[in-house]
Design a protein around this ligand. Structure first.
Ligand code: FE2
Length: 666
């Protein structure tokens, strides 16, 4: 008889304790143990308990363990959250089995030993079998669902609560999320705003909404929103830094002439175009999109063009705005020299177009939906023991569930966005499909994206500065981990699971559209490194950049109106204070929008910041050390960003690594 020591680590989290009886079976190269009861009436959260498993003979090298739990007598059935199990063999070898997920059913669950293995490293038939079994089980649990023509596939599920336990929110997050949503709405209901379809009488009245929920920046935005420099600043460091590009030649459909615009210091438009001081934001993605009907009223959504000038004092300022794509007499080019109301109205139309472009393209499609594709594809195609699974799984935390919730509560038939945004209902799937058809791999990789938009030297562009630093820190970490596991291009080519993984992403995420430039397979180690860097960057940094400032910049509604109620002016001199109030969203739409951006900008108490790996998927020393190095690089960057921010009028905090969440989780 030989004895194995099994040490069980239970997660220290709410409701992780189990009153059920837990059984374990050890499987090794030379045999398996009996299914053995871990003799405890209760396994407490945060506990570390050691049990014995006896076998007639040694089991050889341990490959996997099986765990199951059963309801015990009259005690209630419950869920248990084991972190890991360590087994000490009679030969004194220690094997670690990472788990880090809920077990709430009575099924048998298999967990592989922690050392990362590629498919061709599996030397034992049992390991190969377990690998196949795991993937076929997962491909049933994580299936694709067609969401709409031209739109990435999503996870197949009947709502957020039906997803497998391992990808669900923790108890803490579920209760907090429900609480925050309820308190925001309760406050609005108390003030009788949700049912009030009237227009605002004055801008000051809007101030009363969410009075106690302001952030320092939302206060600042309220004070300065109508100023040109803040309008321009937001294209660099607001919630949508993805649109602006340098303009060397004016687009044909934007006939701004020299005599229209005022360029200080005796220069003119032509000179400034040549010198590279002119920038363009073009909302052509929204052209021709049918605007929503809200409160039984037709709404308006335009596809503006904005021209900006970088002055010699490095300030970026808007110099011309055309609200529709086709130049015409009834589509004037608005200028800062027009009446104050004309110019402000033009800027409001741009900010409202930006709301739709930002939420649907920059935020929903390019972070949430892509992160979901990466998550589903990872779960379907790579087993837990695969080194790339271990690398990327922390960056998929809560993504499937938050997206299911978004489909139920935001963009579903009764969702807030569907009902209250200009681009809700009919336009929504059209904008998503158009956005996907123009997405490129290069635009998802910030060094390429900045180069393509020719923005390398634009001053005061903190999204770019911090984003590029983050990219290079992530790249370094990913490169070191991947090079530890893949010594040659040949190993990448031979890894059939990796090839299926990327093929699945190309097909279900990018709908096999070749012009995206997304790889269909990997032929080199460097291709794999770049792609994995892009996945990590998109799920963490890019999402933080487009998500975290939603209340800062959207909390003061006139700065980011979700919809507009009047058509854009067709000639100059027709606007006034009252036309602006008639154009802005009515009271109920404002209230819904502000409650939503408040909820989506909150940080939950179980927030995991970039580079924190509380769950140890890697058990080997080298990748664990690389994670420590990665974290220390991020800490250094955080200090640099904080120092820089001390001198800024508006500190740029969204890409401070401490504020970046590991995954798309809100
Ligand atoms: Fe988000």
């Amino acid at each position: 008889m030989v004895v194995y020591e099994a040490t069980v680590y239970t997660g220290d989290r709410i409701q992780a304790t189990t009153l059920n009886s837990v059984h374990i079976k050890l499987v090794g190269t030379d045999g398996e143990s009996d299914r053995t009861w871990l003799k405890s009436l209760v396994i407490f959260r945060g506990s570390v308990s050691t049990y014995t498993v006896s076998c007639p003979n040694s089991l050889g090298r341990l490959l996997l363990i099986e765990l199951d739990k059963r309801q015990f007598g009259f005690l209630p059935d419950d869920a248990w959250f084991p972190d890991k199990v360590e087994i000490k063999s009679p030969e004194e070898d220690v094997y670690t089995f990472p788990i880090h997920c809920w077990i709430s059913d009575q099924e048998t669950h298999r967990y592989r030993e922690g050392k990362a293995l590629r498919i061709f490293d599996e030397s034992h038939s049992l390991g190969q079998y377990a690998r196949q079994q795991e993937l076929s089980q997962r491909s049933l649990e994580y299936d694709w669902e067609f969401y709409g023509p031209g739109i990435p596939y999503t996870i197949k599920a009947d709502g957020a609560m039906t997803l497998p336990d391992e990808v669900q929110f923790s108890f803490t997050k579920t209760t907090e999320f429900a609480f925050t949503a309820a308190t925001g709405l309760a406050e609005l209901r108390l003030k009788g705003l949700v049912d009030n379809q009237e227009n605002w009488k004055t801008l000051d009245d809007i101030n009363g909404v969410f009075r106690n929920k302001d952030t320092p920046l939302s206060d600042y935005v309220q004070e300065h929103w109508a100023e040109d420099w803040l309008f321009a600043y937001q294209f660099l460091n607001g919630v949508n830094p993805t649109l602006i590009r340098r303009c060397k030649t004016l687009p044909e459909n934007f006939p701004v002439t020299d005599d229209m615009v005022f360029i200080p210091d005796g220069s003119n438009l032509l000179n400034e175009l040549e010198r590279g001081n002119i920038y363009l934001c073009d909302y052509k993605n929204l052209d021709g999109m049918p605007a929503n009907i809200i409160n039984e009223k037709q709404q308006y959504l335009t596809a503006p063009l904005v021209l900006l000038h970088k002055r010699s004092d490095d300030k970026l300022m808007p110099i011309a705005i055309q609200l529709k794509q086709t130049p015409a007499e009834d589509n004037p080019i608005f200028l800062p020299t027009d009446s104050a109301y004309d110019w402000l109205t033009a800027k409001i139309f741009v900010r409202s177009a930006d709301f739709s472009e930002h939420q649907l393209n920059a935020h929903l499609l390019r972070t949430h939906l892509l992160a979901e594709v990466f998550a589903v594809s990872l779960l379907r195609n790579l087993p837990m023991v695969h080194p790339i699974y271990k690398l990327l799984i922390p960056h998929t935390r809560y993504t499937l569930q938050i997206n299911e919730l978004a489909r139920e509560r935001l963009i579903g038939p009764a969702g807030v966005f569907t009902l209250f945004a200009a681009s809700g209902r009919e336009a929504l799937p059209k904008i998503l499909a158009r956005s996907l058809s123009s997405i490129t791999y290069r635009s998802l990789c910030i060094p390429d994206d900045i180069a393509d938009r020719d923005l390398q030297d634009l001053p005061n562009f903190y999204y770019r500065d911090d984003g590029l630093q983050l990219w290079s820190i992530i790249f370094k970490y990913v490169q070191r981990v991947i090079k530890y596991y893949y010594k040659s291009d040949d190993e990448v080519q031979r890894d059939s699971e990796l090839q299926t993984w990327i093929g699945d992403i190309f097909k279900h995420g990018f709908l096999s559209q070749l012009q995206t430039g997304i790889p269909q397979n990997f032929t080199t180690v460097s291709e794999l490194i770049k792609f994995a860097t892009m996945v990590m960057f998109t799920c963490s940094c890019q999402h933080a950049a487009v998500n975290s400032g939603q209340y800062d910049y959207g909390g003061w509604m006139p700065n980011t109106p979700a919809t507009l109620q009047r058509a854009p002016p067709t000639k100059k001199g027709t606007t006034s204070k009252s036309t602006i109030l008639e154009t802005l969203p009515p009271i109920n739409v404002t209230a819904q929008g502000m409650a939503t951006v408040w909820l989506l900008s909150r940080r939950s108490s179980d927030f995991v910041s970039l580079g924190d790996y509380p769950e140890y998927h890697y058990t080997e020393e080298t990748p664990r050390q690389l994670q420590t190095d990665f974290k220390s690089d991020l800490d250094k960057l955080s200090i640099m960003i904080n120092n820089r921010n001390k001198d800024l009028e508006i500190p740029y905090t969204y890409l401070d690594p401490k504020n970046v969440e590991n995954s798309v989780a809100i």
